[in-house]
Design a protein around this ligand. Structure first.
Ligand SMILES: [Zn+2]
Length: 139
């Protein structure tokens, strides 16, 4: 910020013009604070009103109730999270086995996975790299 001194131009809110306008400093309170300014437009001498402050106050702040954008979680992140939060022992996967939500299974091809959803004879399983729908409880 440039040095403020008497005679310099600053932006201040003119109470007469009712606008943020260029003003000339006529008196300083101290090195950093302006006491009085003269409106370059209407020549009224008045106390300095920081334009940036008043413009902020003029804005009616609408509080944003927006939801934070949900973090994108990769399948492996999800898998890690699920696997680390369970204490269940894994069961080797077989079509005739019956699984419930939260079960850990071991698939010959996909490796260990966790049952996320059970829909009738199908289960949605989160594996290390992909989510698969498998059959279960097949008689
Ligand atoms: Zn003015």
């Amino acid at each position: 910020m440039s040095q403020l001194t008497v005679g310099k131009d600053v932006l201040s809110y003119c109470t007469k013009c009712k606008l943020n306008l260029g003003h000339t400093i006529v008196a300083m309170k101290d090195v950093k604070h302006i006491a009085k300014v003269k409106c370059n437009t209407c020549n009224t001498i008045q106390s300095f009103k920081d334009a940036s402050v008043s413009s902020k106050q003029n804005k009616t702040r609408t509080k944003k109730t927006m939801m934070k954008p949900s973090k994108i979680i990769s399948v492996s992140d999800l898998w890690m999270e699920k696997m680390s939060s369970t204490k269940k022992k894994s069961t080797p996967y077989a079509m005739d086995q019956k699984f419930v939500q939260g079960d850990i299974l071991d698939h010959v091809k996909f490796g260990p996975g966790i049952v996320e959803k059970v829909v009738d004879d199908k289960i949605e399983v989160i594996f290390r790299h992909e989510i698969k729908t498998l059959v279960h409880n097949k008689k």
